[in-house]
Write a protein that binds this ligand. Structure first.
Ligand code: GN1
Ligand code: MG
Length: 369
C-alpha cells in the first residue's frame, strides 16, 4: 500500500502496523499511523492543486512551529511537546517528501490523548478554543525573519472572492445557476457592507498580523479534560488581519449547527458560545489589538461566515472542484447554512457588539484591581 511505503521514508520509530484515514478536513488526505514501536504519527498527502507552491508552504510551517516550540520551552506553564504541531523529517532530513507519482507528503507527530471535535457545545471548551487561537496570534507577533509567504494568494480577499463568484454565476460552467437565484440576490444585497474591513486594511487602519486563516473549531486539539492543547492545520498561516481568525472561528465555534446541517431552522448563532469564545480570545489578545481592531470583531464573524458561504457556493457553481463532498449538493447546503448563520448574526449584531465591549470593560476592571 502506498501510504505504508511513503511512511517508511520518514524518520518513524518502528514499522507501521495500523493505518486509518483520519480527520474531517475538506482539502488533504490524512492518515493516522501506529507503529510496532508504539509511535503514533499523522501522514498527510498535501493537496497541491489547492496549494500550488508546497516548498514555500512547508517553509512557513517550519518557521512557525519552531518559533512556537522555542517560545514554550521558556514557559513553565506550557509543554512544547504537546502544545504545538511537530514535523517529523524524512530519512534524508527534509521536512516534506516529494514523489513523482504521488506528489507531496509530510508527517507530524500525533499528540497522544488528544482529540478534535466538529462541534462543541460546552462553553468552557469553546472558551478554551478562544484561548488557543488567541495565543496563536499573540505568540507569532514576534516571529523573526521576513514576511511569511502567502500560501494561497488573496485567500480572504473579499473583492476577489466576490468577483470570482459573479464570474462563475455568469459563466455557469456546471449549469447550476438556476438553482441559486435566490442566493445570488441575497449576496448582492450585502456585498458593499462586506467590503468594509478590506478597505480598513488597505487604508492602514487595521494592521497586518500573522494569522491562522482556518480557525474552525475542529482545528483545535483538546486533551481528555477539555483543555485546548494546540491548533492544527497550519497550511494557511500567513499575513492577514485578526478578523479573519476571530470571524472564522465564531462561524463554527458559536454555531448551533454543523457546517452542512440539513435543517436550516436549526442554524443560528449561540450568544453564550460567542461570549465564551470571545472571552478566551480577548484574554490573550486584547492587550495587543488596537481600538479599531476590537471594534470590528463582532462584525468580522458575519463577514467571514459570508465569505466562506460565498466560497462554498462558488464551488457548487463550478461543479464541486475544490472542497471534498460526500453527497451531491453538499456545497450548496454548506453555503445555505452559512447564509442562515449570517442572518442570525445580523439579528444579533447589537448583542454581539455589547458582549465584546463588556468583556473589554471587565478585563480593564480586573487589571485595575
Ligand atoms: C477548508 O481543510 P479544512 O477543511 O480545515 C478550507 C477553509 C474553509 C473550510 C470550510 C485551504 O478547511 O478555508 O474555511 O474548509 N481550507 C482551504 O470548512 O481552503
Ligand atoms: Mg482542518
Amino acid at each position: 500500500m502506498i501510504v505504508e511505503e511513503i511512511s517508511k521514508q520518514f524518520s518513524i520509530q518502528g514499522s507501521p502496523v495500523k493505518i486509518r484515514i483520519f480527520g474531517s478536513g475538506h482539502i488533504h488526505d490524512t492518515y493516522h499511523i501506529l507503529t510496532d514501536a508504539g509511535q503514533q504519527v499523522l501522514l498527510q498527502k498535501i493537496n497541491d492543486r489547492v496549494f500550488q507552491d508546497v516548498p514555500v508552504l512547508m517553509s512557513n510551517i517550519k518557521r512557525v512551529t519552531r518559533h512556537l516550540y522555542g517560545k514554550m520551552l521558556r514557559m513553565p506553564d506550557h509543554d512544547p511537546e504537546r502544545e504545538t504541531m511537530i514535523l517529523i523529517p524524512t530519512v534524508n532530513g527534509k521536512h516534506y517528501l516529494y514523489e513523482k507519482s504521488s506528489g507531496y507528503w509530510r508527517m507530524y507527530r500525533f499528540i497522544t490523548e488528544s482529540r478534535y471535535l466538529d462541534q462543541v457545545e460546552d462553553p468552557r471548551m469553546v472558551e478554551q478554543a478562544g484561548l488557543a487561537y488567541g495565543r496563536f496570534l499573540a505568540w507569532l507577533v514576534d516571529l523573526p525573519g521576513p514576511r511569511l509567504h502567502e500560501t494561497i494568494p488573496a485567500f480572504h480577499d473579499m473583492g476577489s472572492r466576490i468577483g470570482r463568484f459573479l464570474m462563475s454565476a455568469q459563466k455557469d460552467p456546471a449549469g447550476r445557476v438556476r438553482l441559486v437565484r435566490k442566493e445570488i440576490t441575497w449576496i448582492e444585497k450585502r456585498t458593499d457592507e462586506m467590503m468594509r474591513l478590506h478597505f480598513l486594511r488597505v487604508g492602514g487602519r487595521i494592521p497586518e498580523r500573522i494569522t491562522h486563516n482556518d480557525t474552525k473549531i475542529n482545528n483545535v486539539l483538546f486533551d481528555t479534560k477539555g483543555i485546548a492543547l494546540c491548533v492544527s492545520d497550519l497550511d494557511t498561516v500567513m499575513p492577514g488581519i485578526v478578523h479573519y481568525d476571530f470571524g472564522d472561528a465564531v462561524r463554527t465555534a458559536a454555531s448551533t449547527a454543523m457546517e452542512d446541517e440539513k435543517d436550516l431552522r436549526r442554524v443560528s448563532v449561540d450568544l453564550r458560545l460567542f461570549e465564551a469564545f470571545s472571552k478566551g480570545y480577548l484574554h490573550e489578545t486584547a492587550s495587543i489589538l488596537n481600538a479599531q481592531e476590537i471594534e470590528k470583531l463582532a462584525f468580522s464573524a458575519r463577514m467571514m461566515t459570508f465569505l466562506i458561504g460565498l466560497r462554498f457556493l462558488t464551488d457548487f457553481l463550478e461543479g464541486d472542484l475544490y472542497y471534498k463532498i460526500h453527497y451531491p449538493d453538499q456545497n450548496l447546503q454548506r453555503a445555505r447554512v452559512q447564509f442562515r448563520l449570517v442572518e442570525s448574526m445580523e439579528k444579533n449584531a447589537d448583542s454581539m457588539e455589547e458582549i465584546i465591549s463588556r468583556i473589554i470593560q471587565n478585563q480593564k476592571k480586573e487589571k485595575m484591581k
